[in-house]
Design a protein around this ligand. Structure first.
Ligand SMILES: *[C@@H]1O[C@H](CO)[C@@H](O)[C@H](O)[C@H]1NC(C)=O
Ligand SMILES: *[C@@H]1O[C@H](CO)[C@@H](O)[C@H](O)[C@H]1NC(C)=O
Ligand SMILES: *[C@@H]1O[C@H](CO)[C@@H](O)[C@H](O)[C@H]1NC(C)=O
Ligand SMILES: *[C@@H]1O[C@H](CO)[C@@H](O)[C@H](O)[C@H]1NC(C)=O
Ligand SMILES: *[C@@H]1O[C@H](CO)[C@@H](O)[C@H](O)[C@H]1NC(C)=O
Ligand SMILES: *[C@@H]1O[C@H](CO)[C@@H](O)[C@H](O)[C@H]1NC(C)=O
Length: 346
């Protein structure tokens, strides 16, 4: 697990995405206008197939091992986004228990690139359930966002999680453009130059690297061009040596020791178990769980090595365009995760 996170740290520059869409008519009008405006002829709309009867078919009777008293509806299944290629995205949709008709709709996308919104977002972050250490049963997340919103967890792009394409070359030509066309939403990562440098500012302000190393990086590394000199590389390696083995997504969390005996799950999200990744992978690969989620019979993995081919170095102009169009945006950062350490927006 850690090896994978390490690879991600080095090569993946994309993160949790969020797109809270308030259900007021105004927000939706703005969004529609924006989508219509940006979808000129060079950007054909996603080719979504016939949806008749699919809602009923996608309804989840129950998830294996789910606790008693689940008081909201859940749906899961595929939406074909390109019939010619046979490309389909997998979603998991949870309604809010009490006011699903009036509560807002939230679309949740994990980054990576290439990591699963179901395994991370729904099962380890803000969804209604967490997986117990037996890898087979679930407990309730009392802080789930679906307490107050209807939440769609979308696995994107095809090749990630349960999302797939029957055209295998699709997995090698993934990028922001395709992801946006298939799912309407692009890359949430904000800005190369400030985020690249921000990681080292974060280490330094959290006493994880020395003053000397931070000063060396500040002086010698050009994060705007990304053309790193030899001296810069030496300082970056030094930073890596100094901060040692850490959970870079939560520097305060313990690391998972997969060879240590499993402890029973606490049944509460207040005690996060760093080995949760393992339990989630075990759960989502159970045949009865895949059946309940209406997925293909497949090996689910939390991140996929999709070949990312295009991505802008900054989306600050896009954020400006969204704000100028009148949409209300919420861009936030976490305290314990060095990735979103660039304090651009609060
Ligand atoms: C479907 O995807 C293929 C790539 O696999 C692409 O060449 C084609 O333009 C797409 N069709 C539509 C309608 O988007
Ligand atoms: C992919 O191929 C399988 C087997 O032919 C077919 O059942 C499935 O519907 C195809 N998927 C899409 C999205 O077209
Ligand atoms: C839904 O309503 C019930 C009954 O009023 C209440 O006990 C529960 O806390 C509500 N759930 C949420 C998430 O607000
Ligand atoms: C990168 O920087 C080096 C000097 O450190 C320079 O020789 C080289 O031309 C630069 N490469 C690019 C692509 O700018
Ligand atoms: C992991 O757990 C095993 C078995 O309990 C123990 O021997 C080992 O020292 C632990 N490793 C670390 C890094 O804590
Ligand atoms: C899923 O596919 C694998 C490999 O083809 C097969 O061994 C297994 O029995 C299948 N499981 C189900 C539930 O169909």
């Amino acid at each position: 697990m850690k090896a994978l996170q390490f690879i991600c740290v080095l090569f993946c520059f994309q993160h949790l995405a969020f797109f809270p869409i308030a259900s007021t008519a105004n927000q939706i009008d703005y969004l529609n206008k924006l989508i219509t405006k940006s979808r000129k002829s060079e950007n054909p709309p996603a080719n979504v197939g016939n949806q008749l009867g699919m809602m009923e078919a996608d309804k989840i009777d129950f998830l294996p091992g789910q606790p008693q008293g689940v008081d909201f509806d859940q749906y899961a299944g595929y939406v074909t986004v390109n019939q010619t290629a046979g490309r389909a995205l997998f979603y998991y949709f949870v309604e809010s228990p009490n006011n699903s008709l009036t509560d807002p709709l939230v679309l949740w996308l994990n980054g990576g690139p290439g990591c699963s919104s179901l395994g991370y977002g729904a099962m380890e972050e803000l969804g209604p359930f967490r997986v117990n250490s037996d890898g087979k049963t679930l407990f309730r997340n009392e802080y789930s966002w679906n307490n107050v919103a209807n939440v769609i967890f979308l696995e994107s792009p095809a090749g990630v999680g349960f999302s797939y394409s029957n055209t295998s070359s699709d997995y090698k030509t993934v990028g922001d453009q395709r992801t946006a066309e298939d799912s309407y939403i692009g890359n949430p990562y904000i800005d190369d130059s400030t985020t690249g440098k921000g990681i080292y500012d974060y280490y330094w302000t959290h006493a994880l690297i020395s003053d000397e190393t931070h000063a060396g990086i500040t002086r010698h590394c050009d994060f705007v061009s990304g053309n790193f000199s030899r001296t810069c590389k030496l300082y970056r390696n030094q930073a890596f040596v100094e901060h040692e083995k850490l959970d870079l997504y939560d520097i305060y969390a313990p690391l998972c020791n997969s060879s240590a005996p499993k402890t029973p799950s606490p049944g509460s999200v207040n005690n996060f178990d760093p080995c949760s990744n393992i339990y989630v992978a075990s759960y989502l690969n159970l045949p009865e769980v895949q059946k309940a989620l209406h997925t293909r019979n497949t090996t689910w993995s939390r991140c996929s090595n999709v070949g990312w081919t295009d991505r802008p170095s900054t989306i600050l102009p896009t954020i400006k365009q969204l704000i100028d169009s009148g949409l209300r945006l919420w861009v936030y950062r976490t305290l314990a995760d060095m990735w979103l350490s660039t304090k651009v927006w609060y």
